[in-house]
Design a protein around this ligand. Structure first.
Ligand SMILES: NC(=O)C1=CN([C@@H]2O[C@H](COP(=O)(O)OP(=O)(O)OC[C@H]3O[C@@H](n4cnc5c(N)ncnc54)[C@H](OP(=O)(O)O)[C@@H]3O)[C@@H](O)[C@H]2O)C=CC1
Ligand SMILES: O=C1O[C@H](COP(=O)(O)O)[C@@H](O)[C@H](O)[C@H]1O
Length: 499
């Protein structure tokens, strides 16, 4: 790996504290950071280097998966950090920054490779990119990369405008758009799942998939993000980015692609999604909002009673949708997606439901086989057979295809993403065309919600969402697959066809 100066806008903010510093620390401990790695943190606050370092230290104590064992190592890690006060709108602050960076690069005869991480509000993305260009920070002889946080636009038009603005300072291959779902270890494993498991390849070759279900259910509500969330809703916050990214990642499974081919294939898959017209949104998309209820035995208020949410808000806190593809493999296979806040449990998983075999029927109705790709509450990939199928396959049910060894700590999504960005590997970042195609698909949904053409269905906090979400799947003769666990201590990973 080459030397890098890591320039962090938003170094005093929440994301830096909760995700970025712990991720850098874990990469450091695993010796995955480049030589001469140097972090310059930026913000308006008048911090000294020492205040900055002690904030980084505190963030590691509070949020790192790995606790500090060796104070000497911690000290050498913190020595890589420096702070500079910078106001995003002030060109002279960038010039000071350039001077400081060049002084170090020249002093150590380092190639001027610079990574700019924008951990700031989206209104700052374009001005920062323009100032990086204007100040000369981005025109050194080494490489430059831009790591950019979500949200990437508020709709298709604003995303295009932002992309246009960024492209005046950075080329597409220099822009790394973060979607933290692509950093999740299990999602990253999908790329070479078939090479690892030839038996799975045989199942896919049968082309007997009944449907695919993608779920991201959350227990948390709007928390303290009312200002953002009430203008975003589940459709922008989760569906347009994370959920459609999961859809692309599962749909590449039968395509036998190398990691390098992943971005191209994802674009092809997005292009094959059947678009909805305004009329169809009401038939294929369910819009929901939570009302008061109870979660894990505790009463929970409804969305419109949350702090800073207007009593008349029609914002969506839940969305479910049925999507179809026109693709040589996937035509005719429905993809069902659901995501929402204040649901019964935290579960993030993809279930690929295979059509049942008559030979697997045993005494009763043949049961479908399931490929379960789980990100939460546990990470792992398993095949679930009914007992009759298990006999047929001479295996137990469920079959773990990929179990992380007990006690093994998995990297956080941000560790994977930062490491890939430092290596310049784009596989697990969102390419502009994917983002644009995702906004294009979602656009009629945004319009229909805006016009209030789609009824806002309510659901009690602590439920699995509106009944209409079940009907969406039941109308095709299927049902959502549910976790059978009754208690957190239950480690079984069997999914059930009912609540
Ligand atoms: N927090 C999270 O969990 C997640 C956040 N994100 C995204 O990450 C980005 C950052 O979020 P988050 O950390 O929560 O936001 P915060 O509000 O906590 O932090 C904002 C940062 O921006 C800096 N800032 C604001 N205005 C200026 C300015 N004019 N000049 C210089 N610096 C400025 C602040 O520094 P100072 O006050 O010192 O000026 C602060 O460091 C956002 O795009 C968000 O959508 C994405 C996923 C999760
Ligand atoms: O990006 C976001 O993701 C989180 C959910 O992430 P997860 O890794 O915990 O599944 C969500 O709570 C948040 O609203 C959204 O902005």
């Amino acid at each position: 790996m080459e030397p890098v100066t890591f320039v962090l806008f938003g170094a005093t903010g929440d994301l830096a504290k909760r995700k970025i510093y712990p991720a850098l620390y874990n990469l450091y401990i695993e010796q995955k950071l480049p030589p001469y790695f140097h972090v310059i943190g930026l913000g308006r606050r008048e911090w000294t280097d020492d205040i900055f370092k002690s904030n980084v230290e505190q963030s590691i104590a509070d949020f790192s998966r790995r606790k500090v064992k060796d104070p000497v190592l911690l000290k050498s890690f913190l020595n890589m950090f420096q702070y500079q006060t910078l106001d995003i709108g002030r060109q002279e602050d960038y010039e000071r920054l350039l001077e400081r960076i060049e002084k170090r690069e020249n002093g150590l005869s380092l190639t001027p490779n610079r990574m700019f991480y924008l951990s700031v509000g989206p209104e700052f993305f374009a001005p920062i990119a323009a100032n990086i260009k204007g100040s000369g920070l981005g025109s050194a002889a080494g490489w430059k990369r831009l790591l950019i946080e979500k949200p990437f636009g508020h709709d298709l038009a604003s995303a295009r405008e932002l992309n246009q603005q960024l492209s005046e300072a950075f080329e597409e291959h220099e822009i790394f758009r973060i979607d933290h779902y692509l950093g999740k270890p299990t999602v990253q494993k999908l790329v070479d799942l078939h090479q690892q498991h030839p038996e799975l390849q045989a199942m896919w070759s049968e082309r007997e998939i009944a449907n695919v279900q993608i779920t991201a259910n959350e227990i948390v509500g709007v928390e303290d993000r009312a200002g953002y969330y009430d203008h975003s809703g589940a459709v922008r916050d989760m569906f347009q980015n994370h959920m459609l990214q999961l859809l692309m990642m599962v749909a590449i499974l039968p395509k036998k692609v190398t990691p390098e081919e992943v971005p191209l294939m994802k674009r092809a898959l997005m292009k094959s999604l059947v678009p909805l017209d305004l009329q169809q949104v009401g038939e294929r998309v369910i819009r929901g909002q939570y009302t008061a209820g109870s979660i894990q035995g505790k009463p929970v208020q409804g969305y419109t009673s949350e702090p800073n949410i207007a009593a008349e808000s029609l914002n969506d806190t839940f969305i479910a949708a049925k999507l179809l593809m026109e693709d040589d493999y996937w035509s005719g296979v429905p993809f069902y997606i659901r995501t929402g806040k204040r649901l019964k449990e935290k579960s993030t998983r993809i279930v690929v439901e295979f059509k049942p075999h008559a030979a697997d029927a045993g005494s009763g109705k043949p049961a479908p086989r399931l490929l379960v790709i789980e990100m939460s509450p546990q990470e792992g990939i398993s095949l679930q057979f009914s007992p009759d199928q298990a006999r047929h396959h001479e295996q137990l049910s469920p079959v773990q295809l990929d179990v992380h060894a007990s006690g093994q700590e998995l990297p956080e999504a941000y560790e994977n993403l930062l490491h890939d960005a430092l290596l310049g590997k784009p596989t697990f970042f969102a390419h502009w065309e994917e983002v644009e195609l995702a906004w294009q698909w979602v656009e009629p949904v945004l319009q229909a919600f805006e016009r209030n053409d789609v009824p806002l269905r309510t659901y009690a906090a602590g439920s699995y969402g509106p009944a209409e979400s079940d009907a969406l799947v039941a109308n095709d003769g299927y049902h959502w697959w549910f976790d059978a666990k009754e208690t957190a201590a239950d480690e079984s990973r069997v999914l059930h066809p009912s609540r």
